[in-house]
Design a protein around this ligand. Sequence first.
Ligand code: BTN
Length: 258
Amino acid sequence: MQNNTFSTLFVGQNLIKLKEVDSTNNFLKNLASNSEPLPEGTVIMADNQFAGRGQQNSVWQTEPGKNISTSIYLKPSFLALNKQFYLNIIVSLAVSDALKEFVSSEVNVKWPNDIYINGKKLGGILIENTLTGSVLKSSVVGIGLNINQQSFSSGLLTKATSLYQILHKDVDLESVLDKIFVYMEKYYLNLKTGKYSILLSAYLQKLLYYKQKSFYQQGDQIFEGIIEGVEESGHLIMSIDKEMKMFNFKEIEFIHTK
Ligand code: BTN
């Protein structure tokens, strides 16, 4: 464990900083299974993550030393299984509120939990839950944010952004983490005390293209739709030609129009 300066009650108070690791999520999951009980709020941070994982089995690549690659250990045993998506909601809210303290632009969440600024992806979230029977035993919340990276490979050029690209200056990584952890505690407490509708409506307010026409792709079909809401299960509700349709994760892709 390392010393930390986070102004939190439990998130980040047990801090493990690594120079290099395959994936902070993998490291934390192994740690939790080999050294129970791990304190809730344990955080893994890595300077270099050489096999970072993204959603839907994608690869998460990041320039060493420049960005945030972190995982937080939570024990949300109070949360019913059919409300698991609220973890995505609270982490999205915490990360976007934290970033908002550094930028004047709007910070949006692209469903289900990509972090967008100025129409480009600044970061992503990968949450991996462990169940015992029908109870959520633990949750590994992985957060990857582009902070001081100045440029991106040609494939990501039009899609990715970083705080550096927005502010034209470096930002101290731990000061961003501190804000994230403080907001995490706030929203986690809201969740624990059952403030579901407040959390869901705050999430919808940040949702990219909420109540706006935009283009989407399913298979080889491209269509225009309007996001009308998100179910507690996490399904996306969209109106297409005035007809309501529901989509599960992976079923549709957003078309980048910018
Ligand atoms: C995505 O947008 O696809 C989610 C990316 C999540 C990346 C983070 S970086 C820290 C943590 N460890 C991982 O291997 N992945 C997450």
